[in-house]
Write a protein that binds this ligand. Structure first.
Ligand SMILES: Nc1ncnc2c1ncn2[C@@H]1O[C@H](COP(=O)(O)OP(=O)(O)OP(=O)(O)O)[C@@H](O)[C@H]1O
Ligand SMILES: Cc1ncc(C[n+]2csc(CCO)c2C)c(N)n1
Length: 306
C-alpha cells in the first residue's frame, strides 16, 4: 500500500471535538428527514467546534432540509424521542435554544406547521425552493456551495444583533467539512440518492470531506487513492463494509479489518455482480484502504440499532 503521506485522513474525532486552532476544517451540518443519530453522538456533532460546549457558536453552519426540522423539533422541543434514548443528556432540558438551526430550506412539503411556527418564532430563516429537479438535500448542499463561493450570504438568526460574532463570510478556498445527518436508511430511492450525492459531490464537484451519519450507520465516499481512517470506537461500532456502488468494479486493498481485501483475497476486485465486503469488522481503530475507483465505506453507529 502507498506511504502514509499520500493518504487522505478521515478522523472521526474531527467531527466531535472542539478545534484547537484555525487549521481544522469547519463543519456544515445538513439534517435530513430521517431518524437522528443517538443523542450522545448527535449532541457531540452539533456542538463540534465550540470551545465551551454550550456557547452559541457551535459548528459553523447547521441547516435542516425541509422535514429534517421536524426531527430536530421532535427530539428537542416536543421531546418525543427522549424516552427512547439510552444516553439522554439531562443538560439539554430547558436549553432548547441551543438546538436552533441556521436555516430550514427545501420544497417545504414535509415541514409541519407546529415545527415551522416554533422555529420562525425563534427567528430561524425558513426558505422555500420549489424546484422539482433537485432534492431537499441537493438544495441545501447547493446553498452551502454558494456560501463558500461568496455568492450567497450566511443565514442570520433574527435574534442575533449585527454585532454578534457569527463567523464572517469565507472565501471559496475554504471548504466546510460537510456532515449530512441521516439519509442512509428508510426509502430506498432516498438512500440511493444520498449515495449518489456523496459520489457526485466528491467526484464532480471537488468536495473532498463529506460524512454521512445516520441513526444506525455512517458512510463516506473514498475516492481513487489511499485513505487512512481513524475511528473512535466509543462512537462507532465494529461492523463495517466497502461498497462498490459508484463504479462497475474496484480493486481495493485494506488493512485493519477482520476480512481484509487485497490481491490474494477472494473479493478482488469487488463489484455488485461478483463479491462485496459487507458485515466486515474493524480489528483496530486505524484502517488503511487503497482503491482504484470510488467506493463507499460504511460503518456502524454505536448504540444506533438498539
Ligand atoms: N425515507 C427517507 N429515507 C432516507 N432519506 C430520506 C427519507 N425521507 C427524506 N429523506 C432525506 O431528507 C430530505 C428531506 O426530506 P423531506 O421528507 O423533507 O422531503 P421529500 O419531499 O421527501 O424529499 P425531496 O424533496 O428531497 O425529495 C430528502 O431530500 C432526503 O435526502
Ligand atoms: C428524471 C426525473 N425523475 C424524477 C424527477 C422528480 N424529482 C426529482 S428531485 C424532485 C424534488 C423533490 O422534492 C423531484 C420531484 C425529475 N424531475 N426528473
Amino acid at each position: 500500500m502507498t506511504a502514509d503521506k499520500d493518504a487522505q485522513l478521515w478522523d472521526t474525532r474531527s467531527l466531535v471535538q472542539a478545534k484547537a486552532g484555525d487549521a481544522a476544517p469547519r463543519n456544515a451540518m445538513v439534517v435530513l428527514n430521517s431518524p437522528l443519530p443517538p443523542q450522545s453522538l448527535f449532541r457531540k456533532l452539533w456542538q463540534n467546534g465550540t470551545a465551551s460546549s454550550w456557547s452559541r457558536e457551535g459548528p459553523d453552519l447547521r441547516f435542516c432540509a425541509d422535514g429534517g426540522a421536524n426531527r430536530l423539533y421532535d427530539r428537542f422541543v416536543k421531546g418525543k424521542d427522549r424516552a427512547d434514548e439510552a444516553n439522554w443528556d439531562a443538560a439539554v432540558d430547558g436549553d432548547e435554544d441551543q438546538w436552533l438551526p441556521d436555516l430550514i430550506l427545501g420544497d417545504l412539503d414535509s415541514l409541519r406547521e407546529d415545527t415551522r411556527k416554533y422555529y420562525e418564532g425563534k427567528g430561524v430563516v425558513v426558505e422555500r425552493d420549489p424546484d422539482e429537479f433537485s432534492t431537499d438535500l441537493g438544495k441545501n448542499v447547493s446553498r452551502l456551495a454558494a456560501i463558500e463561493a461568496g455568492t450567497a450570504s450566511l443565514p442570520r438568526h433574527a435574534s442575533e444583533s449585527p454585532a454578534d460574532s457569527r463567523p464572517s463570510q469565507r472565501g471559496s478556498s475554504e471548504q466546510y467539512q460537510l456532515v449530512i445527518i441521516g439519509g442512509l436508511s428508510g426509502r430506498l430511492d432516498q438512500t440511493i440518492h444520498t449515495l449518489h450525492a456523496l459520489t457526485l459531490l466528491a467526484e464532480k464537484e471537488g468536495r473532498d470531506r463529506i460524512w454521512t451519519i445516520g441513526k444506525e450507520s455512517a458512510a463516506l465516499l473514498l475516492t481513487k487513492g489511499s485513505h487512512r481512517l481513524r475511528i473512535d470506537v466509543s462512537l462507532f461500532g465494529k461492523t463495517c463494509g466497502v461498497l462498490p456502488v459508484g463504479c462497475s468494479e474496484a480493486y481495493v486493498t485494506t488493512s485493519g479489518l477482520e476480512w481484509d481485501l487485497g490481491p490474494t483475497a477472494y473479493m478482488y476486485p469487488t463489484s455488485l455482480s461478483t463479491a462485496v465486503s459487507t458485515s466486515n469488522h474493524l480489528v483496530q481503530e486505524d484502517v488503511r484502504i487503497e482503491t482504484d475507483k470510488p467506493v463507499v465505506w460504511t460503518m456502524e453507529v454505536r448504540g444506533g440499532s438498539e
